[in-house]
Design a protein around this ligand. Structure first.
Ligand code: HEC
Ligand code: HEC
Length: 437
């Protein structure tokens, strides 16, 4: 907590007054009210990594090593060219630079970052997954992304000695998948067209055999999640600033430029951003329709967002309450119990993204609507687009910000970038086995 003392106020005033930039008013002590400081304090620091009881290997070093290897492994794709890292590239903050991504096909939505997703409540823009591991399974079988299938995965891991050793070191012996009449070479519950060979192959399998495949497939997701949990960023300039306020440290307070300090004030004040971008992840972890208009590259202009995602996460066999969860009855995991299903207001809602590291991941919004943060802020300022589906939430009203205010908000957003994880986590390791201790 920030202890609001007279020294705090004077300190902030002095720092603010020295770094004065032309064209904008400098900060006066009266702006740093107790309320503002309390609001800033709610946004920092990031906090302790939440546990994931649904994944028993979430913090298993061997699982993280295998997961990291698989994250970069292009064999997990139809054309041998696509890995998770194809779209979630470490050089671009674990996202990519395209409005929609290209792999086996083109994605329907824009690629969000993987950084800090261990803090997420929901996954995907529409929240159709409720854990990192359940999320990781979806792109693998998406015909536009990896175009792979769970049966191909169990055969790959059975045939590759290193993958098999890594897997068995964590989960115990693999079932015998060698009988291809019981376990066809390719297949999974993909799409709805029973004439599609991979779906037909899957539907033809005995339920007990499907379960064996699903167990190994869900374990694959759990190893990738164990890796992704390590992709957490360090303190940002904004965090250092807030800490500086807390501890009366002028050097730390000075980490934030005066423009970014003014932006922080706007963010928690008149611009009302914290109505949705609240808490240390700068997201309320909920879904909203901000009323974005069309773009000619959009794959699905009638994308209903959360209206579709809510039903899908309930129906997902890999959700936290399902048979493949390691804690199906965990009372602390109540997000599915209290989930609202398909109200009209969900149409066109998308997940409020975390704004940590947002400067690393242009373009922005669920279809990559905007190339720059300035364009995003200008959108909130003018709200001059007509929503494609549903209606814009009424809490949003044009802010009519000045150009200087827009620049200040952008400077604030840019101050949310933290240090990237250890460089050993940013590339494909030589082996799926953990390094010898
Ligand atoms: C072809 C590009 C592509 C590939 C390959 C890909 N993703 Fe994604 N990823 C996306 C897109 C696009 C979304 C958003 C989709 C949506 O919301 O409907 C996404 C969403 C995510 C999210 C959710 C982030 C959040 O905050 O909700 C995570 C985590 C993630 N991907 C991890 C992975 C992993 C792990 C793999 C490999 C198994 C992978 N991705 C493969 C493009 C890709
Ligand atoms: C009503 C809730 C709400 C308010 C208020 C709000 N946002 Fe957002 N914000 C969202 C949602 C939801 C999205 C994703 C929208 C989409 O893609 O359809 C978003 C997206 C963003 C993004 C893009 C992030 C990315 O990774 O693509 C930025 C930047 C952003 N908001 C900044 C702000 C700022 C600055 C303010 C205050 C001026 C603000 N937001 C106010 C809900 C809100």
């Amino acid at each position: 907590m920030i202890r609001l003392t007279k020294t705090n106020l004077i300190l902030v005033f002095l720092i603010g007054a020295t770094g004065c930039e032309s064209g904008s008013e400098s900060l006066t002590p009266s702006v740093w009210t107790q309320e503002v400081l309390a609001n800033l304090d709610r946004l920092s620091p990031l906090g302790v990594l939440p546990s994931d009881p649904t994944n028993a290997v979430a913090d298993h070093p061997g699982a993280a090593a295998l997961g990291q290897f698989l994250f970069f492994d292009t064999r997990l794709s139809q054309n041998g060219e696509v890995a998770c890292a194809t779209c979630h590239t470490p050089e671009h903050g674990f996202a990519d630079e395209l409005p929609l991504s290209k792999a086996v096909g083109t994605t329907k939505r824009h690629t969000p970052t993987v950084l800090n997703t261990a803090y997420n409540r929901w996954f995907f823009w529409d929240g159709r997954a409720d854990s990192q591991w359940a999320q990781a399974l979806k792109p693998l079988e998406d015909p536009g992304e990896h175009g792979f299938s769970r049966l191909e995965f169990v055969h790959l891991i059975s045939a590759d000695p290193q993958l098999r050793q890594a897997y068995e070191g964590i989960f115990g012996p693999l079932p015998d998948f060698s009988d291809t009449t019981r376990f066809p070479s390719k297949g999974g519950p993909i799409g709805k067209d029973l004439n599609y060979p991979p779906l037909a192959a899957w539907v033809g399998m005995a339920p007990a055999d499907q379960t064996l495949v699903n167990e190994v497939f869900s374990n694959l997701g759990k190893t990738i999640a164990a890796y992704e949990r390590k992709l957490v960023t360090g303190p940002s300039a904004f965090d250092v600033f807030v800490e500086g306020l807390e501890t009366n440290d002028p050097d730390k307070v000075a980490t934030l430029s005066e423009s970014a300090q003014r932006g922080a004030l706007l963010f928690v004040g008149k611009a009302l951003c914290t109505r949705c971008h609240s808490g240390p992840e700068l997201t309320d972890r909920e879904f909203h329709n901000v009323g974005l208009g069309p773009r000619d590259w959009m794959a699905d202009p009638k994308d209903g967002g959360r209206a579709g995602g809510a039903g899908q996460v309930i129906a997902d066999v890999f959700n936290g309450k399902g048979n493949y969860s390691d804690a199906p009855a965990d009372p602390t995991n109540d997000k599915l119990t209290y989930l609202t299903l398909a109200g009209a207001e969900q149409i066109g809602q998308f997940k409020t993204p975390s704004l940590r590291n947002v400067a690393l991941t242009p373009p922005y919004m669920h279809s990559g609507h905007f190339e720059t943060l300035a364009e995003v802020v200008r959108f909130y300022s003018e709200l001059d687009e007509n929503p494609l589906v549903g209606h814009r939430e009424e809490v949003l009203e044009p802010l009519h910000l000045t150009d200087d205010e827009i620049a200040d908000l952008v400077a604030f957003l840019e101050s949310l970038t933290g240090e990237l994880p250890d460089s050993a986590l940013l590339t494909k390791p030589d082996s799926p086995l953990p390094p010898n201790p």
